[in-house]
Design a protein around this ligand. Structure first.
Ligand SMILES: Nc1ncnc2c1ncn2[C@@H]1O[C@H](COP(=O)(O)OP(=O)(O)OP(=O)(O)O)[C@@H](O)[C@H]1O
Length: 250
């Protein structure tokens, strides 16, 4: 569904990754793990069609996002949601923040259809807040939320417009165990809805808990990608094994 093929990307001539390939299918969770600064955020932004790779292709259902015109790329981008490490909510209620995702992301025709479907937007807002356990906070001002709650609202905002793919950048790095558990359950819910999820995390246990497949990003590429169990229990690549066991120090 969402696929990067042989992508290379550099900042100021400095390669972040070279010839990297990764894909996520419908209803699948792929975790990207790797040391700090290796390029996990850059990879997610490439998959979100926010960064154009220097080489290679990013395709959504077979359409090469950088080979089509701007309008078509924007339409593809709308089908991919991203949740950043830090929640970026604006002043206003929780509901307004979640609804905002719907308004910005939907195309005009979808918006019109949702106006015709009475209360369609309100339902989507409520449902996605339920997924993150915040349906009772709909009318609360966003600036009164705890950090964990704000992050959950960010997740709800991305979920509300039913993206095909959802990219999560360290979604629980600053959260306590309870908020972390809520987000991990919400990842499962997204998968059950058929959304393809890519989650970048430095927490290997989290990758083990939530992912169907794991990609290990080391130096300038993926050292290994495969089913979660085989990556953690029986990695084929020596560097992967050392990274997993903590022998590879960065
Ligand atoms: N806009 C930019 N301009 C120049 N260099 C950048 C830019 N963004 C990121 N980098 C560099 O690219 C490398 C990869 O950064 P990136 O944020 O993708 O890593 P990461 O794996 O997500 O890190 P972390 O786990 O610490 O968040 C880093 O060396 C970073 O300093």
């Amino acid at each position: 569904m969402l696929r990067a093929t042989d992508v290379s990307l550099s900042y100021d001539e400095e390669a972040v990754f070279r010839d990297l390939s990764i894909e996520v299918g419908e209803g699948e969770v792929v975790a990207v793990i790797g040391p700090s600064g290796v390029g996990k955020t850059t990879l997610l932004r490439t998959l979100a069609l926010a960064l154009e790779p220097d080489e290679g292709a990013v395709t959504l259902d077979g359409t090469d996002a950088w080979a089509v015109d701007e309008a078509e790329r924007l339409a593809l981008r709308r089908r991919v949601g991203m949740v950043f490490q830090e929640a970026s909510l604006f002043d206003g209620t929780v509901a307004r923040n979640v609804e905002y995702g719907l308004r910005v992301r939907r195309s005009w025709s979808d918006r019109l259809a949702s106006v015709l479907r009475l209360n369609g937007a309100a339902d989507a807002v409520h449902e996605s807040l339920e997924v993150v356990g915040l349906a009772d906070k709909t009318d609360q001002p966003a600036d009164s939320l705890s950090g964990g709650e704000a992050q959950r609202v960010s997740f709800a905002r991305a979920l509300a417009y039913e993206p095909d793919a959802l990219l999560l950048d360290e979604p629980t790095s600053d959260l306590d165990p309870r908020n972390t558990a809520v987000i991990e359950e919400a990842i499962g819910e997204a998968r059950d809805r058929g959304i393809g999820v890519v989650v970048a995390t430095h927490d290997m246990h989290q990758a083990e808990r939530v992912a169907d497949r794991v990609a290990v990003l080391l130096d300038d590429g993926i050292s290994e990608i495969g089913p979660t169990e085989s990556i953690f229990e029986d990695p084929e690549n020596e560097r992967t094994r050392k990274f997993i066991s903590g022998e590879l120090v960065y």
